[in-house]
Design a protein around this ligand. Structure first.
Ligand code: HEC
Length: 510
């Protein structure tokens, strides 16, 4: 083991020290980037998407990335660390993709075709040559900003508000990161764009949440309201010379983004904001992905395929997601990777149920979690429309906006909180807290499936799920045959009117 590591380290040094950046090597690397299929996942030109990389969010090799620090996780969903994008990191990314995973990605990189040391040198030379400040050029002259704080659902009338802060932006690049707050703020940018000749100029404005673009005081693009990252286009006929560009933007909660670009005669394509605007083709293919941001969970309350119409989706930054069914009070689904695509509901492209975007979707029991059974043989109540004797009471948000679902079972109040556990073998721990009960005990339906067998201190449910009850001290779980399938029940004693216990859901994919 130790020897292996040392040898691996030496290989990195040898390649790294001899990777010269001559044009022939770069050309060879460019070809290899195609033949080794890197280009199918990694986008290298702003206007050419890499189709196979979209769902995985494969990093783009665009802009200033080489020699820069990036956030990676050690193992998929593991602890976050900083890593320098250099030769060694590049080599490790290809030879041992699972070691460090770009945090922005939705899945680890699948092992690519074999790359020998000479090919590696060429690939490094090529990818390195792509890096540089090719993003925002800082072409806006006399750029200023005004920062406002507050909570809005659409762009406010800024003339009636006093900015919290204002000033000049020396590098001429529009950047929403000027706000130290990540929620509840608004920004107005104003600067001058010079165009060398007369013509029609097309602007693209992308934002999360709302934004507006005005040129010389006239609205060109309205992208207002609360929404995930959405791009809009608008054009203006402009004479040669200087034009006043004004961008208004607000962010209520969740993820935030502001991108602006312009193209037209004599200027080609210019990026005017720090963040780039997704290209048209990319946005139609990916729809409007909703993803957690800033370490906070994100909640999606539209129809989710696989749950009832009262499904509540929760995406966690650990890249683990769940859907809670507010009809039955059960966890209806768990999945890994990307959360959900909001396009169906936000862009008016139709109604209906949206499937989860990620992978390894586990569909769980559709019956209510708690019931007061007469005895251990009594059948579990069937759901008619809603769960029997159970009332949904909504949810409260705990730390990092993670929801704690609340419902009443008869006289008992239940708090149902699921915490994602990231790591090589991810899982969810569902913590159930019961209070204020007049009864002595309640039955809990941990699982119902065609196949349930005891395995490794827990139970294997169907093909892909393993469950355990960490810290459980009550009576042994009851595995019974009922209604033509297996059911796994816990009899939960309610001492002094309450109880607290946990069920852990592990993906068991072997
Ligand atoms: C099937 C899609 C796919 C292919 C093919 C692919 N990659 Fe990746 N690559 C990814 C994804 C997804 C990530 C991000 C997750 C990770 O870091 O493992 C990634 C990460 C990387 C990283 C780290 C980037 C960063 O921003 O941290 C490098 C470098 C890289 N790939 C190079 C290559 C090269 C070179 C090839 C071709 C030999 C290649 N990849 C082929 C999907 C792919």
């Amino acid at each position: 083991m130790k020897t292996g590591l040392i040898i691996f380290g030496m290989v990195i040094c040898v390649i790294a020290s001899s990777a010269a950046d001559d044009p022939a090597l770069i050309t060879k690397g460019e070809q290899l980037f195609l033949t080794k299929v890197c280009a199918t996942c990694h986008q290298v030109k702003p206007d050419q998407i890499a189709p196979a990389g979209i769902a995985m969010k494969a990093p783009k090799f665009i802009g200033d990335f080489w020699g820069k620090e990036r956030d990676v996780t050690l193992g998929f969903g593991g602890p976050v660390k900083k890593a320098m994008f250099d030769d060694a990191y590049f080599i490790e990314s290809i030879r041992n993709p699972i070691a460090k995973i770009a945090k922005e990605a939705a899945a680890p990189m699948p092992p690519p075709p074999q790359v020998d040391d000479n090919e590696m040198k060429a690939l490094i030379a090529y990818v390195k040559s792509l890096s540089g400040s090719k993003g925002a050029k800082g072409v806006l002259k006399d750029l200023t900003y005004k920062l406002y704080e507050g909570s809005w659902t659409k762009l406010p009338d800024f003339s009636s508000l006093t900015p919290k802060q204002s000033g000049a932006i020396a590098d001429g690049v529009i950047d929403q990161n000027i706000s130290k707050r990540r929620d509840g703020f608004a920004l107005v940018f104003e600067g001058k764009l010079t165009v060398p000749k007369e013509g029609t100029f097309t602007f693209r404005l992308g934002s999360d949440d709302g934004s507006r673009l005005e040129v010389n005081g006239k609205e060109i693009i309205s992208n207002d309201g609360i929404h995930a990252e959405t791009e809009k286009e608008g054009s203006a006929k402009l004479p040669a010379g200087e034009h006043v560009v004004r961008v208004s933007y607000f962010e209520q909660a969740g993820g935030e983004h502001l991108g602006l670009s312009v193209r037209g005669p004599g200027i080609g394509q210019l990026q005017l904001a720090r963040e780039s605007v997704a290209t048209k083709s990319a946005s139609t293919q990916t729809g409007i992905p909703i993803e957690p941001a800033n370490g906070e969970a994100v909640i999606y309350r539209n129809f989710i395929e696989g749950a009832s119409p009262r499904g509540i989706g929760v995406g966690y930054p650990e890249k683990l997601n769940l859907c809670f069914d507010a009809n039955t009070m059960q966890l209806a689904m768990l999945w890994q990777g990307s959360f959900i695509d909001g396009a169906r509901h936000w862009s008016g492209r139709g109604t209906g149920f949206q499937p989860p975007s990620g992978f390894y979707v586990l569909k769980l029991t559709k019956e209510q979690p708690f019931a007061a059974l007469q005895n251990a043989e009594a059948p579990w109540p069937k759901i008619k429309v809603r769960a029997e004797n159970i009332q949904f009471r909504g949810y409260r948000l705990a730390e990092q906006r993670r929801p704690v679902f609340q419902y009443d079972v008869g006289k008992a109040r239940v708090e149902d909180y699921s915490a994602p556990v990231a790591g090589e073998k991810p899982s969810f721990i569902r913590q159930l807290t019961i209070t204020d009960s007049g009864s002595e005990s309640l039955w809990y339906l941990a699982a119902a499936d065609g196949s349930i067998v005891a395995k490794a201190g827990g139970y294997k449910i169907g093909k892909d799920l393993h469950i355990t009850f960490p810290g459980w001290t009550g009576p042994a779980p009851l595995l019974r045959e009922s209604a033509g399938r297996k059911e796994l029940l816990l009899l939960v004693p309610l001492k002094e009117g309450g109880a607290k216990f946990s069920q852990q859901y592990h993906w068991d994919l072997e």
